[in-house]
Each structure stands twice: as C-alpha cells, then as structure tokens.
Design a protein around this ligand. Structure first.
Ligand code: UDP
Length: 464
C-alpha cells in the first residue's frame, strides 16, 4: 500500500478567489508546484475558467452560483460570498471526488484565505488543506490581531500612531481602508477577519511575501499564525528563470494589448516612460482621473496608461489629442512585460499587493496612489520602509491633485532622491530573485511542502 502511494504523484487542487489579483498568485503557485513534480489543478469559477491558459496546470470549473457573470451577477458582496460558500463547497467536493478513483487522487487543497470553508471540504475528504494569503504579511498581522482580540476596534492611537508589534508605527492614512472607516465595507471587513477562524486547523499557511521583505512582520505573530513565506509569486522569467517560457501568469480577465504596448515602448528611450495602472478592481472618481490625466501630461514624460474599458469615459474630453504620440492608453497589458521593459522608468500604481511585488521584482521606482483595502499600508512600505518610491499627498477632499502628480513623478524620475530610490529598487529586486531561486528562503519553504506531500500524501487522506 505504501509503495503504491509513493509511486503516485501528489495532486494539489488550488482554489483562488475569482479576481485577477487572486487568480494570478495562486495560479503561479500551481505552476511552481507543477515544476517541482506535483500534479496541480486550478479550480475556478465557470465565469473565469475560460481565461486560464497555463501549461502543466489542469483546470476544473466550480460554481459560485453565478455561472454567467460571477460577482457582477450577484450584485453585492454578501450575496456573492454566501452563494460561493454554498455552491463552491459542493462543486469543490465534486472535483475532489472526480479524481478519487484515478491514479492521481487529490492530496491537498490550497485555498484562498478568503474561503476558510474550503478547509472543511478538504477535511471531509480526509486530505490536507493549506490556506494561501494573497496580501502582505503586515496586513495579515493587523487582521490576525483584530481577529483574536490583541487589537480592538475602535483602534487606539498614541500621538496619532498605531503601534502593532512587528510593524512600523502606522498613521490613520496607512491603515487598510476597512479600518480607516470600518462602516464602509462591513462584508469585506468581516471576511478579512473570518480568514483566521480555522487557520489553526490548516496543515499549512502560505503568504505571498518573502523573508527578507517582511521578516519582523511574520516573526512577531509566527507562534500564533505560522505562515510560510513562499513569494513573490511572479512568473519565473522575471525572477529565477527556472520554469520554461514562464513570462506571463496565464490568466487574463481582459484581452491584453501586448504587441501594441511592446511596439510603442520600443520607440522610447531607456527609463523614460511612466507606466500607470490602478489594477483590476478600483474605479477612480472622474475628478481623480482628470487630475491624474493632466498631471501626467504636465509632467512631460511619455506614459503608458492602463484604463479598463469601463473607465475610459472618465478621461477628460479631447485628452488623446493633447497628448498624441507621447501617450499610449491600453485597456489591459501584460504588466510584468511592461515593467521589465528597458524603456520603463517609473510605475504609478494603486499598490495592490501583486503590483507592489511586481514593481519590487522588476526594480522599478514607484509612485503609490492607494485607494482601497490594504493598498494604503503597501504604499507606506513602498515609500518609507523599502524606500522604492513616493506617495503623493491628497488634499482635504482625498484627491491627489495634478501638481502633486507632477512633483512626485519628477522626484522619482530625476529628483534628488531618484538615485537612492533606484538603488533600493535594485536591492529589493535582487532579494526577491534570491528568495525564489534555488536554496532561497521561499524556495526552501516550497520544497518542504512538496516533499511532505510526496512522502506523506496518504497520511493526509484520513478523515478527522
Ligand atoms: N495586471 C495586468 N495587466 C494590467 C493591469 C494589471 O496583468 O494591465 C495584473 C497585475 O500584473 C497584477 C494584477 O493584475 O498581477 C492586479 O493585482 P493587484 O493585487 O496589483 O491589484 P488588484 O487588481 O487586485 O486591485
């Protein structure tokens, strides 16, 4: 029996929350596991399954209860999350069942921490369960402490600073938006806290970060929340190059204009272009969009701006005519390809965690304009802790004005601090590569997991 088990390939089913910023790192983890000999299958919603094209990773559809349009069909996060739990539990279970009589039964579910119910499904099948946290460890540290009462709402500030062990002092503007104003997205705040309800029962906890980047943040809660840092989960071509032809995540919810962007970048001098993207979720106010647009124009730098189709009508009237050959507006692109291009000199970003890790991995100076969720904390680290960028000031209405955009772009592209920012960028890029390369801190954690599954796969298959 044992012999048979050893000959089988361990099989991991990876379950992301179905948004771009969650599918990307979990799919990348699946690819990484497959490159180390495991069988890996991504289970994702009917609505997103068509967007996945990753060699060596299988794909299985599951249901969130809204198979045509996903979240947009649900109308609210409360309805969506409840429906996902109900339909997702059932259909994830069916996927595990489907493989049970094959030569590759599922050994472990690696689930997005937004779905703690997936651990119950894994345990009902008597297999291993691993939680994957897609945010920074600093962010998890804060929410973990809130979950178990080590921090309490309303938060207590001392001289306008919140003191959290393992983290630098935080001002109100550095906190995740759900804590700056807890009333605004109660369902998301509840979900952020719920992530930790059963992590003590999970066989592994993974965080998409790396030891050198967030050592203290992880260490200060490791007794309670022992996460293994396995990041950055960024395609291998930009880091260790050990996965063949791995230069894109393999999941695009929008059609990327890669050739057009590459051709345009080719016409620009080294480090001259500002790449601008606010990720896949947030929607800027028309006023904010206008201020950024005119700020970019006034800065005089050529810029490539990703404006999703739903945001295009917020661009100022006639904007295209004013800026002409100095600008490329793309509805989507392969962000890493743009960041790694020699012409790119700066990344104006909303500081989503993936974008932040990608900017660090590519060593590109950043201008952080956070708008939502954990982006505020990430922006603080970008500017003050890692020293790889700057964060524009908002006015009393919370808007970053055009003069501030110009000032910050000048600061990172050619200001007094630009050399230092560039040096820091190179340092973090090297440390990111080191972490995921053979023998690096993240690589060792991944190997431990792979080896454990390869040799103890059958032990996981015991009903609790
Ligand atoms: N992204 C991309 N093309 C674009 C804009 C973004 O491929 O034109 C990717 C980006 O590389 C990142 C993800 O979308 O991996 C966005 O995740 P992030 O956590 O930065 O932000 P979110 O979209 O979740 O707010």
């Amino acid at each position: 029996m044992k012999m048979e088990a050893e000959q089988r390939r361990a099989h991991v089913v990876v379950l992301p929350y179905p948004s771009q910023g969650h599918i990307n790192p979990l799919l990348q983890f699946a690819k990484r596991l497959a490159s180390k000999g495991l069988k890996a299958t991504l289970a994702t919603t009917h609505y997103t399954v068509k967007s996945i094209h990753a060699p060596n990773v299988g794909v299985e559809p599951i249901s969130d209860g809204f198979d045509e349009k996903g979240f947009a069909q649900a109308g609210s996060e409360v309805v969506f999350l409840k429906s996902f739990e109900e339909h997702g539990s059932r259909t994830l279970s069916e996927v595990i069942e489907k493989y049970s009589s094959t030569d590759a039964p599922v050994t472990c579910v690696v689930y997005d921490s937004f779905f703690p119910w997936a651990l119950n499904v894994a345990k009902q099948h008597g297999i291993f369960g691993a939680a994957f946290f897609t945010n920074s460890i600093a962010n998890s540290n804060i929410f973990y402490r809130l979950h178990c009462g080590l921090l309490k709402l309303p938060l207590e500030f001392h001289d306008e600073e919140l003191l959290v062990p393992g983290l630098p002092p935080l001002n109100s503007r550095d906190l995740p938006s759900f804590l700056q104003s807890p009333g605004t997205y109660p369902a998301y705040l509840a979900m952020k806290l719920r992530q930790f309800t059963n992590t003590d029962k999970a066989d592994w906890i993974f965080g998409n970060s790396f030891e050198a980047l967030e050592y203290e943040e992880a260490k200060s809660i490791s007794d309670l929340w022992p996460a293994k840092l396995i990041g950055p989960m960024v395609p291998s071509a930009y880091l260790d190059c050990r996965i063949d032809k791995d230069n894109t995540y393999g999941a695009s919810l929008w059609k990327p204009l890669n050739i057009e962007c590459a051709n345009w970048l080719e016409t620009k001098p080294p480090k001259s272009v500002v790449y601008v993207s606010f990720g896949s979720m947030i929607s800027l106010t028309a006023e904010q969009m206008e201020e950024i647009a005119w700020g970019l124009k006034e800065s005089g730098f050529p810029f490539l701006w990703v404006v999703r189709p739903s945001e295009l009508d917020k661009l100022p009237q006639g904007f295209g005519e004013f800026v002409q050959e100095k600008v490329m507006i793309a509805t989507w692109c392969n962000q890493l390809e743009v960041l790694a291009h020699r012409a790119t000199g700066c990344f104006m970003t909303h500081c989503g965690w993936n974008s932040t890790l990608e900017g660090l991995s590519a060593g590109v100076p950043m201008v952080g304009v956070p708008r939502f969720a954990d982006q505020f904390t990430n922006a603080k680290y970008v500017e003050e802790i890692w020293g790889v960028g700057v964060r524009p000031k908002e006015d009393e209405e919370g808007v970053v004005r055009r003069e501030e955009v110009v000032k910050c772009l000048n600061e990172v592209m050619r200001g007094d601090r630009s050399d230092e920012i560039e040096r820091n960028g190179r340092k973090w890029m090297e440390l990111a590569k080191e972490a995921i390369s053979e023998g690096g801190s993240s690589d060792r954690c991944i190997n431990e997991f792979v080896e454990h599954l390869a040799s103890h796969g059958e032990e996981g298959r015991q009903v609790d």
